[in-house]
Design a protein around this ligand. Structure first.
Ligand code: GLV
Length: 315
């Protein structure tokens, strides 16, 4: 038996910012394994599974007997921009907790935009009593760009409180109970309807810089934007210009090209931008542990993981 045939007994957990319960719970599920939270503590040839968020470049390539790369999050753009070991399956999380938190965020900000909270807050700061008539949510169309698990759940929830919803995705989705557009040719039709545009697309070569000057020139006048996808979906200067020119009325931004958002970035004090620190949602062991444990078991049994990423597609 060669060293490569022998199955290792180490699980590497590398996600310094995550809930500390993760490695503890993984260890409980795999008592016969060593769970390391530091690369330096692991014997590289013994690592069978790596559970990671934004691992340092080269770390995964240094693990010759790896059978699974499990990402503790939904987006894999950062991971895929690394050199990765050939042929090792990558899995992302589809965590019901992450879906629920994201849905709350999108719903909360859609309601706030629909009820004109940015204008009311501005009026308060200026001590102006500005009566703005409330209208039913049906009159506000929320357009969701990206109809994966997150986008679909947001659509359902927005519809249930009465919003008009439209969607757009790369490939056509059938049998939805709201209008859905597909592919670049139908993006304008989508934009002509959306009063609030929610970005929930994965970051890929095709979606990077999608929201640029051209995109913003043809949105419905006075639309608002919520970006909970990735910062690089949006061209920062183009967004500021569109807000200043009144093409857009407000932007809610949770994700940025550089995170943390640099202190001197103009987004911080732009009157028509709300900044949140990439906390629209997150993954927790309580709702996602079973999936991670299940995928490690699958990898040990030589089976493909659930929610496997297609690196060529980028998600
Ligand atoms: C967070 O941004 C994630 O992709 O899970």
């Amino acid at each position: 038996m060669t060293a490569a045939d022998k199955q290792g007994r180490t699980i590497l957990f590398h996600s310094p910012g995550s809930d500390k319960a993760w490695p503890v719970e993984i260890q409980k599920a795999f008592p016969a394994f060593k769970v390391c939270t530091q690369f330096a503590d692991a014997e590289p040839g013994d690592v069978v599974a790596a559970v990671v968020w934004n691992p340092p470049p080269g770390m995964l390539e240094a693990l010759p007997n790896l059978r699974l790369i499990q990402v503790v999050g939904a987006g894999v753009d950062k991971l895929l921009s690394n050199h990765l070991p050939e042929g090792v399956p990558i899995a992302r999380l589809v965590d019901p907790g992450l879906v629920a938190r994201m849905t709350e965020y999108v719903l909360m900000h859609s309601l706030a935009l629909h009820r004109q909270m940015p204008d009311l807050q501005r009026a308060q700061r200026e001590r102006r009593w500005t009566y703005l008539h409330p209208t039913p949510p049906k009159r506000t169309c929320v357009g969701i760009l990206g109809l994966g698990v997150l986008g679909m759940n947001c659509a359902r929830s927005l519809s249930s409180v009465g919003f008009t919803v439209v969607g757009w995705s790369k490939s056509r989705k059938e049998e939805l109970d709201f209008p859905c557009y597909a592919g670049p040719a139908e993006l304008d039709q989508f934009k002509q309807q959306a009063d609030i545009i929610v970005l929930l697309l994965p970051l890929t070569e095709e979606t990077e810089n999608l929201v640029d000057e051209n995109f913003l020139a043809t949105v419905k006048k006075g639309a608002a934007l919520i970006n909970v996808g990735r910062g690089k979906l949006v061209v920062d200067n183009a967004l500021i210009e569109a807000l200043d020119a009144g093409l857009l009325r407000h932007a809610i931004l949770d994700v940025f090209r550089t995170e943390p958002l640099p202190v001197d970035h103009p987004f911080w004090d732009h009157p028509k931008i709300t900044v949140t620190p990439h906390n629209s949602s997150s993954t927790h062991p309580a709702t996602a542990l079973n999936q991670v444990v299940g995928n490690i078991r699958r990898a040990l049994a030589g089976e493909p993981p659930q929610n496997q990423v297609d690196p060529a597609r980028g998600y």
